[in-house]
Design a protein around this ligand. Structure first.
Ligand SMILES: [Zn+2]
Length: 114
C-alpha cells in the first residue's frame, strides 16, 4: 500500500486553515479569561507552523516565550519608544521589540511628495 501523495502547497493550505482556527479559538478563550486554554491552543498552532514550515497567520500576535495570545489592554502593553514598537507580555514579563523604520520611511516619502 502506498500513501496518497499530497503536494507541499496543499499541506500548507491545510496547515494555514487549521492554524487560523486555533488562533481564533485561542483569542476567544483569552477574552473569556481561560488563559491556560488560550495558551494551549496557541501552542498547538505554533507546533503546526513548525512541523509544516508554514508561517503563523499575519494577524496572530502571541508571546514567543509563553505562547499566550497578546491582546492589547488585556494582557499586553504596547509602547512606541526609540523608533521601536515594544510589546510587553503581562503574563510572563517578556518584552518584544521591533523597529518600525518602514513606517518612518513611508511617512518621509509622503511628506516629500506634498
Ligand atoms: Zn509571555
Amino acid at each position: 500500500m502506498s500513501r496518497k501523495k499530497v503536494s507541499n502547497s496543499q499541506v500548507r493550505g491545510i496547515a494555514r486553515k487549521r492554524m487560523e482556527v486555533l488562533v481564533r479559538m485561542s483569542e476567544r478563550e483569552a477574552l473569556a479569561g481561560n488563559m491556560d486554554r488560550a495558551k494551549r491552543y496557541m501552542t498547538l498552532a505554533r507546533r503546526i507552523s513548525i512541523r509544516n514550515k508554514t508561517p503563523m497567520p499575519d494577524r496572530a500576535l502571541y508571546c514567543r516565550s509563553c505562547s499566550v495570545p497578546l491582546i492589547p489592554g488585556l494582557n499586553c502593553r504596547v509602547r512606541l519608544r526609540d523608533r521601536r514598537i515594544s510589546v510587553h507580555c503581562l503574563e510572563c514579563d517578556t518584552i518584544k521589540r521591533r523597529p518600525y523604520l518602514r513606517e518612518i520611511k513611508e511617512r518621509r516619502a509622503c511628506h516629500r511628495g506634498q
